[in-house]
Design a protein around this ligand. Structure first.
Ligand code: ZN
Length: 94
């Protein structure tokens, strides 16, 4: 919105977990100018820096020049893991 319309907005997110039987719901606000929560500005800048660092890789994945990196945790990675490695029982995340 800032790049297209030159308007500064406070980002909001309305999120819901996948917990069963009762999902958790949260409404998130990212107000960088809130003096009560100075960490928000740091978190937003850190996230922007991370996005800028990862952007070249994502672009190459979109262009078919690089393979995507598997996270090993999402539904797609779990669904497509045809050759799981042996791990110790202590490595299982609960
Ligand atoms: Zn994944």
């Amino acid at each position: 919105i800032r790049q297209t319309f030159d308007i500064d907005c406070i980002p909001l997110m309305f999120v819901i977990s996948k917990q069963q039987p009762i999902p958790e719901v949260a409404n998130l606000i990212f107000n960088e100018d809130d003096p009560q929560n100075p960490d928000v500005k740091y978190l937003m800048n850190d996230a922007l820096k991370t996005a800028e660092e990862l952007q070249p890789h994502y672009w190459k994945v979109l262009m078919g020049e690089e393979k995507p990196k598997r996270c090993g945790k999402c539904a797609y990675c779990r669904y497509t893991n045809n050759n799981p490695e042996f791990i110790l029982p202590t490595q299982i995340e609960v």
